[in-house]
Each structure stands twice: as C-alpha cells, then as structure tokens.
Design a protein around this ligand. Structure first.
Ligand code: NDP
Length: 305
C-alpha cells in the first residue's frame, strides 16, 4: 500500500504533522518507536509556555495531542524504524518486522538525553542515577538529590525535586545558568536548593545505590563530596538521527540540515522538530515545524503529479 506520507516519530512535531496531514486529506501514517506518544514532553512535569495551556503536565499534553490527531483519522503504528530506502516511486520504511511504503517521509524522531560519561553513571543507572526527575523524583521524598546542568530542564528538575526532597543541590559547570530568567528567579527563592557553581561531577559512588557525588571546582581545583541518594542528569540532548545517517545531510552534531519548511537534501524527505537544525527547540516550534513540513509535502506531491 502506497501512502501519501509516513511520519517517523510521535512527539509534538510528528503529531502536528499528522494533524495537518489529515486535514489536508493525505493518507497519513505515524510510526511511533516507543508505544508512548509525546516524545520528551511525556517526561516534563510542567509545560508553561505553550499558548493556551499554562502549566499543563507534559503527559496530559501528549494525551490531548494524540486524541486530537486520532480524531482526524491518522493511522498509528508502534514500530521502531530500522532503515529508509529511496525507490523510484517513493520510499520504503522498514520498521519493526514490517515494511511500509509512502510517496513522502517526514523525519520527526526528536532527541534524547546526553550522558555525563563519568565513572558510576552507567553502573548506578536506575539505582539513583536518573535522566528524568518527573519520572523518578517521587522515590526521593525526604532525601538529598543532586541535579546536574544549567539549562531549563535542570532548573525545572531542581524546582520539582525541591517540593519533596529535603535538600537539592544544582551543580553547574559555569557561574551563570543558561535556563530562562523566570525559572531562575523561582529557583533562587527556594530555601532547600543550593547551587554549586563552576563545578563538574567527577565520579558517582555507591555500592548498591548512589551514595556520594564527587565534584571538582574547575576554577579553584577544590574537590567536594556530596552525600546524596539520587542524581538527576540534565545536560542537554542529542538528535535521534543515527538511523538516518547517510540518507540525508546532517550537521556535525547529527541534526538534519533544513530550513523552516523542513526540506532536506533529499526531495520527498522532510524533517520537523528537534531533529532539524534550528535555534529554538520547544513544543511550540516543533508543532509549527510539523505543519510546515506537511505544506512542503503537499507542494512536493502536486509537483510530482
Ligand atoms: P540545554 O542545552 O539548554 O542545557 C544543557 C545544560 O547542561 C547547559 O547548562 C550546559 O552547560 C550543561 N552541560 C552540557 N554538557 C555538560 C556536561 N558534560 N557536564 C556538565 N554540564 C553540561 O538543554 P536542556 O535539556 O536544559 O533543554 C533542552 C531544550 O529544551 C532547550 O532548548 C530548552 O529551552 C528546552 N526546554 C524548554 C522547556 C520549557 O520551555 N518549559 C522545558 C524544558 C526544556 P552550559 O550552560 O555551560 O553550556
């Protein structure tokens, strides 16, 4: 069966594309790698900057998006894409144990958490080392936790954890946070959050679970050991584009090179959301990318006729 468009990824970009695809009357299939729609927002406690939904929980937002998309009749399958092949008449998308065919493809596979790459991180993953405060934070009621990073996610995580942890340390490698000013203001008001500046994690230690976080102050060379039961690593993201390597042009960080309309180096393949080269990776820009990518798909299909 030859579809009009296959959308790889079910985050805000993929779902935005699916909504616009169905409204444009395109035969639209979303391939969802995890069985859970929403991408990164499903692990975001609060999204406070999407128009009309102040303070919405990320999981609730994902469910609302999916309901909207399904209402318009987009087809949905849970299958992880293994390979995309360009053919004479379109594309073959190999996902899970199946093959799907489409005239166009939108790559909207999103991004994933970066790791610190320090001793103890992998060994103690799931035993106190976490990349998702909203998923695991509740296990640390009354405990001491450490958040690493200085972006929006790190600040939000520290604010979230401060609600039930006795003490939260925010460890940042510079003397200034990168995250939004409004979040910084909220953070600095919290009595049980201590920011440790200019410092990096050297080692995460513990026998069965996290017990100590070993820090190095990069300015003074001073070492410090924090006693903590949990560490939440929020040091940015990388695009989930490994499987598309060699298919479309990417920059040195693996982001697929494209402008606002999502046109990649290969005609018929479009990109939307965090996977694309862009300035601002937010839910609102991801959804907009999805709409733009469908406009490009329509144009491409018309020109092919
Ligand atoms: P960011 O890239 O914004 O921040 C990553 C942070 O981690 C930076 O402070 C960086 O330090 C630090 N860092 C990176 N590598 C290391 C390392 N190896 N060791 C120590 N620290 C490190 O990523 P986020 O995940 O915070 O956010 C991703 C995107 O999602 C952003 O665009 C953000 O705005 C957006 N977002 C928006 C939200 C909202 O609007 N509500 C909520 C959550 C995310 P340095 O500053 O020195 O570079």
């Amino acid at each position: 069966m030859m579809r009009d468009v296959i959308i790889v990824g079910s985050g805000p970009a993929g779902m935005g594309a699916a909504l616009y695809g169905r409204r444009a009357g395109l035969d639209t299939l979303i391939l969802d790698a995890t069985g859970m729609p929403g991408g990164q927002i499903t692990t975001t406690y609060e999204v406070d900057n999407y128009l009309g939904m102040p303070g919405i929980n990320g999981f609730d937002m994902a469910m609302a998006f999916q309901e909207h998309v399904k209402k318009f009749g987009a087809q949905w399958e849970s299958a992880k894409v293994r390979e995309i092949e360009k053919k004479e008449d379109g594309f073959t998308v190999k996902a899970g144990d199946k093959e799907y065919r489409a005239k166009t493809v939108i790559l909207a596979a999103g991004a994933s958490h970066n790791k610190l790459m320090v001793e103890g991180e992998e060994e103690l993953a799931g035993m106190g080392v976490s990349y998702c405060a909203t998923c695991d934070g509740a296990f640390y009621r009354g405990k001491t936790t450490v958040v690493v990073g200085g972006g929006d996610v790190a600040i939000e995580d520290a604010i979230f954890l401060s609600r039930f942890c006795e003490k939260v340390y925010l460890v940042h490698r510079r003397d200034e946070l990168r995250g939004a000013k409004i979040l910084q203001d909220r953070l600095f008001e919290l009595p049980n959050v201590e920011v440790i500046w200019d410092s990096v994690v050297e080692r995460i230690a513990g026998s069965q679970a996290v017990e100590q976080i070993h820090l190095l102050n990069k300015k003074t060379g001073e070492k410090r050991v924090l006693s903590a039961q949990g560490i939440f690593i929020a040091v940015g993201i990388h695009p989930n584009t490994e499987v598309f390597r060699g298919l479309v042009e990417m920059d040195e960080s693996g982001y697929i090179v494209a402008g606002e309309m999502g046109e990649t180096s290969v005609p018929g393949i479009f990109v939307a959301g965090d996977t694309r080269t862009k300035e601002l990776r937010q839910v609102i820009t991801a959804v907009a990318d999805g709409a733009n990518a469908i406009t490009s798909v329509q144009k491409y299909l018309l020109e092919k006729k």
